[in-house]
Design a protein around this ligand. Structure first.
Ligand code: FAD
Length: 470
């Protein structure tokens, strides 16, 4: 009887899981394991909101495995010695996993693969979390893409949707005495800031499948227009499920391929797939330019005139007390739910980097700690794009005006009303600029804008222009 270890990481699902499937095809017994070693992902070990999600998702994975006759073995500490201990305890001959692409994880996995092979084990890794490996899409000159549109044109043309691999019905599991209870990983918050999360999210494979089903039946036809309106559920909210691998992008591509029937749905599906394409592009960039999680992709920005780091400014932004309603609504939605609408992410990021002049890394770090979908590739790309230092970045002269953006995309003010309840009594034509209502700020108990939007915009334009001409 041969035994394999399947090392679960951010592929917390049984459907469309190539590592699990290959292990089950080649071995009689399988030990599914989760090894907790956050320090090996430094300096980007999972933040507080991600840890919350991970706890729930591991609980869900264990429950699904138990229905198949196995259970998730949990251990903590350095991964290689932990794997070696498990190999001895189970007499496993092989280890299987699905690949991840963050620089620290690639380095760690490369060492582990080589060490285990030198120990005489079979080691197999697979692509489960991207449509294409980051190195599979290249320009005609065999260089990485830095612009999204040609990247996605090439990738889209090569994409062949396929049905997902079915989940196993039965797993001949193994039980080891020294499994760590999940609670011992300390992933749950010690003070209950997560109350709002439970109402919004259902982490785990079943929750991901439900979100996809709802999106395909209720939202896909309106996606192209509704995706920009933060007061609606016009987007899929699949990002944390994708990040933790509770659903694969191929499952999504296949579902859209099967279910988008009308011309409207097909147009929505095409737009939606291009957002999945942005996810692919982010991974492509981080793989080829691994320094960009900390450094500007565009080196001209190394000499950019950022304002002096200001803890007070930063805290007001973090707490949603900037005095700019749509910015505050976004920051409070983030705090309450661990998620923020994409349009509003762009606005709050632009406000921090352009109006307040703070370095994009301050924002990236706050998002990292507070987003349930915090993803090194997408977060780095999102912040560098908005700050102007990244690939295919917003041109320097495009500085979002949060007031006009609010008036355009939250025209009734419902999004602001929901997250900034002090402003609830204001009319649609007042709510994005409460300082213009006589006595309005005092009546609502809301702060005045922490910065003059026009003056800070002009200052930012001058600094960006200088960098663009350098
Ligand atoms: P949908 O519109 O339903 O899109 C479907 C999927 O496509 C998403 O789940 C996501 O996986 C992917 N996607 C969509 N837009 C983007 C994008 N611009 N870049 C990369 N992938 C995308 N996304 C993250 O997943 N993690 C992050 O840490 C993250 N940080 C961001 C930081 C900033 C400053 C900005 C501007 C954007 C960031 N994004 C991040 C991208 C985007 O905001 C979210 O992916 C999106 O809001 C998730 O909501 P959704 O699942 O409903 O999206």
């Amino acid at each position: 009887m041969t035994t394999a270890i399947v090392w679960f990481r951010r592929d917390l699902r049984l459907t469309d899981n190539p590592a699990l499937r290959a292990a089950l095809q080649a071995h009689q017994r399988v030990l599914p394991v989760y090894l907790h070693a956050p320090d090996e992902e430094a300096p980007w070990q999972p933040g507080a909101a991600s840890r919350w999600w991970l706890h729930q998702s591991l609980t869900a994975l264990d429950a699904t495995l138990r229905k198949c006759g196995a259970r998730l073995h949990i251990a903590a500490g350095a991964t290689l010695p932990a794997l070696r201990r498990l190999i001895v305890a189970t007499q496993a001959d092989a280890v299987y996993w699905n690949r991840l692409y963050e620089p620290a994880v690639i380095a760690r996995d490369t060492v582990i693969k080589e060490a285990l092979r030198n120990d005489g084990l079979d080691v197999h890794s697979f692509n489960a979390n991207l449509l294409f490996e980051p190195w599979e899409i290249a320009t005609a000159q065999d260089t990485p893409y830095k612009v999204f549109t040609p990247f996605w044109r090439t990738a889209r043309a090569r994409l062949q949707e396929r049905p997902p691999l079915p989940p196993p019905r039965r797993i001949e599991g193994i039980e080891l005495a020294d499994a760590l209870p999940l609670d011992r990983l300390g992933l749950q918050p010690k003070i209950a800031w997560d109350k709002g999360f439970h109402a919004v999210w259902q982490p785990g494979e079943a929750g991901a499948a439900r979100k996809l089903r709802e999106f395909c039946t209720e939202a896909i036809g309106d996606y192209s227009a509704a995706r920009d309106l933060p007061d609606r559920v016009g987007t899929s909210q699949l990002s944390p499920h994708l990040h933790f691998g509770e659903i694969s992008p191929m499952q999504i591509a296949w579902a859209l391929h099967q279910q988008a029937h009308s011309a409207r749905q097909q147009a929505g599906a095409q737009k939606f797939m291009s957002e999945i394409g942005w996810r692919e592009f982010s991974h492509h960039l981080l793989y080829h330019f691994p320094q960009t999680a900390q450094k500007n992709l565009n080196p001209r920005f190394d000499h950019f005139g950022w304002a002096v780091d200001d803890e007070v400014l930063l805290q007001r932004w973090q707490r949603g007390r900037t005095g700019i309603p749509i910015v505050d609504a976004g920051m409070r939605q983030l705090w309450a739910t661990g998620w923020m609408h994409n349009r509003v992410r762009m606005l709050v990021a632009s406000f921090l980097t352009k109006n307040l002049g703070q370095h994009w890394l301050h924002g990236a770090r706050w998002f990292w700690d507070t987003l349930v979908d915090a993803d090194l590739a997408a977060n780095t790309q999102g912040w560098q794009w908005t700050a102007g230092s990244g690939a295919d970045a917003a041109p320097y002269f495009r500085i979002f005006n949060p007031v006009t953006q609010g008036e355009k995309f939250d025209a009734n003010g419902d999004y602001v009303r929901r997250w900034v309840p002090e402003l609830r009594s204001l009319a649609a034509d007042e709510i994005q600029q409460p300082w213009r209502v006589a006595g309005g700020l005092q009546r609502c108990g809301y702060p005045p804008p922490m910065v003059d939007l026009a003056v800070s915009r002009a200052r930012a334009l001058t600094a960006y222009q200088a960098t663009a001409q350098r």
